[in-house]
Design a protein around this ligand. Structure first.
Ligand SMILES: C[S@@+](CC[C@H](N)C(=O)[O-])C[C@H]1O[C@@H](n2cnc3c(N)ncnc32)[C@H](O)[C@@H]1O
Length: 493
């Protein structure tokens, strides 16, 4: 049964602002919902007035949202305090029959006053509630768990340095549903069993799973799985998850502990243990040690989504197993261990592999969700990777420093034409070694102490590699061959 269109306010948390519209668009798609919006809405405004097809649609939309604080049914709003009250009275009058159950004796209620970008004391807020005396409520007040929760909101703009004389919008409505922001705490890294250096923040992990439309029964793959944060998020939404990573120690939960005060890892730290901790071990398929540049997948296996945070060599090394064209005479004896040598995984090559792989191994309409690093000053949208089989459907920015950012890219597979499978393209500016340009910018712009130290270390390491410095496979440290031993043995993580 279809309900009538009603006005609602989507009230967003003021965090990861650039992700909210992309998330709502993905959730509308996931639940097959329609929503009407005004073209005048500014995305940075935390209150988005929309039309939805009834409360059930609002509840579905909020049921997975990380960006939403809540949704309330909008009764009235005005940019003039003077006209607001008349409008609200008019609304109540003309909808008397429909609203009367909300005001009845047996329904407890509460009115909450919220002001945005301007602080009001508790007595000032109470005074605002008193201006609403005309609400025909008959039931008792219940501040803890009211049957009906009214919200009165004054929006005083976005700029704390330029607060207007009067609120730019006054809104009143009835609460319908909260978003799912409690999930962010539920999977907090602070209490997670197994974390690594680059474990993805829970809120972003959940946003990524929403962008990937991960849902019950889907198969979601992370080819750069690390400590498996993205698997946790997708599994929380009911998807079956699997991942691969080149780092044996990480995949086996044996890498150096990253928590302050933890010297050794517990024996049971692993990605599986994380999923178990959150009650979704049934969603775990497996994690394998594998170099993404060398596909291990059967050609007829398709994923519902690929959700990943590839390394781009800023905080962790990008490497792949070296491919030797000439067979060398080997000195391996039977039973001795072979450590394959690795070489840097070039930025362009990594994204080429990721996009060509996604074109081939995603189901039609399946999604690739991945981060892409940029330098803020020279970014233009045409720098993003392109592929004939993958359509860019969302692109949200997370600023990292004054000069760097990363973009969360969401691609949808729109074609499986064999001739387009390897049609990846990247602008020349990005190909021209993002990492070197990044490090140079950090150094030139002074950055934070930590960033400068890291940049210097990276530049030093690159220089040393040019001079023939090698990674020693026995202890994982960078060294010169014996004859030219040097003091610098720092490995960049
Ligand atoms: C940014 S981290 C991923 C972090 C992960 N999302 C998490 O929450 O822990 C990138 C990962 O890619 C892995 N990696 C680097 N080169 C790789 C390659 N050639 N193939 C597969 N994994 C690789 C690194 O070992 C690292 O764990």
């Amino acid at each position: 049964m279809s309900s009538a269109w009603k006005k609602y306010v989507l009230w967003f948390a003021q965090e990861h602002v650039d992700f909210r519209q992309a998330e709502i668009a993905s959730l509308l798609r996931l639940w097959n919902l329609k929503m009407n919006t005004s073209p005048d809405h500014k995305p940075e405004n935390p209150f988005w007035i929309v039309e939805l097809n009834g409360d059930e649609a609002a509840r579905k939309l909020a049921s997975r949202s990380m960006s939403l604080r809540c949704i309330f049914e909008l009764w009235t709003h005005s940019n003039q305090l003077s006209t607001f009250h008349e409008q609200l009275k008019g609304y109540i009058q003309s909808n008397r029959t429909a609203l009367s159950p909300l005001f009845s004796k047996d329904r407890s209620f509460k009115v909450t006053v919220e002001t945005y970008n301007k602080h009001f004391t508790q007595p000032e807020k109470v005074a605002k509630i008193e201006t609403l005396q005309y609400l025909p409520v008959e039931g008792p007040v219940n501040l803890k768990s009211p049957d009906v929760h009214f919200w009165y909101i004054e929006f005083w703009g976005l700029d704390p340095m330029d607060i207007p004389e009067q609120p730019s919008d006054v809104l009143f409505g009835k609460w319908v549903v909260d978003g799912r922001r409690e999930m962010i705490n539920e999977i907090s890294l602070k209490k997670r069993k197994f974390i690594g250096n680059t474990s993805m923040d829970p809120q972003l992990s959940l946003l990524m799973a929403n962008q990937g439309l991960a849902k019950k029964g889907d198969v979601v793959y992370d080819p750069f799985v690390g400590s498996g944060s993205l698997l946790v998020a997708a599994a929380k939404f009911g998807a079956y998850v699997l991942g691969t990573d080149i780092d044996y120690m990480t995949v086996h939960g044996k890498s150096k502990p990253t928590r302050v005060n933890q010297k050794v890892r517990d024996a049971d730290e692993s990605i599986y243990a994380n999923l178990k901790q959150y009650g979704c071990e049934g969603q775990f398929l497996d994690v394998l040690v594998s170099d993404f540049s060398r596909s291990i997948w059967k050609s007829d296996f398709l994923f519902d989504s690929i959700i990943t945070d590839p390394p781009y060599g800023i905080r962790e090394a990008t490497e792949r197993i070296e491919f030797k064209t000439q067979k060398r005479s080997t000195c391996l004896n039977e039973g001795s261990v072979h450590y394959p040598s690795t070489s840097p995984y070039q930025f362009d090559q990594l994204y080429r592999d990721l996009m060509n792989f996604s074109a081939r191994y995603l189901k039609l309409r399946g999604r690739l969700v991945c981060w892409f690093p940029i330098l803020r000053k020279d970014f233009t949208p045409d720098m993003l990777p392109r592929h004939k089989c993958l359509q860019l459907v969302a692109n949200s920015v997370q600023p990292l420093t004054v000069y760097s950012a990363r973009r969360l890219l969401t691609y949808e597979k729109i074609s499986d034409r064999e001739e387009d499978m390897d049609s990846y393209e990247l602008s020349q500016l990005m190909i021209d070694n993002f990492r070197q340009r990044y490090m140079k910018t950090v150094l030139q712009n002074s950055g934070t102490r930590k960033e400068r130290r890291l940049a210097l270390r990276n530049v030093g390491r690159e220089e040393a590699m040019k001079r023939g410095k090698k990674l020693d496979v026995t202890d994982g440290k960078w060294k010169y061959p014996k004859a030219q031993e040097s003091g610098d043995t720092t490995a960049d993580k």
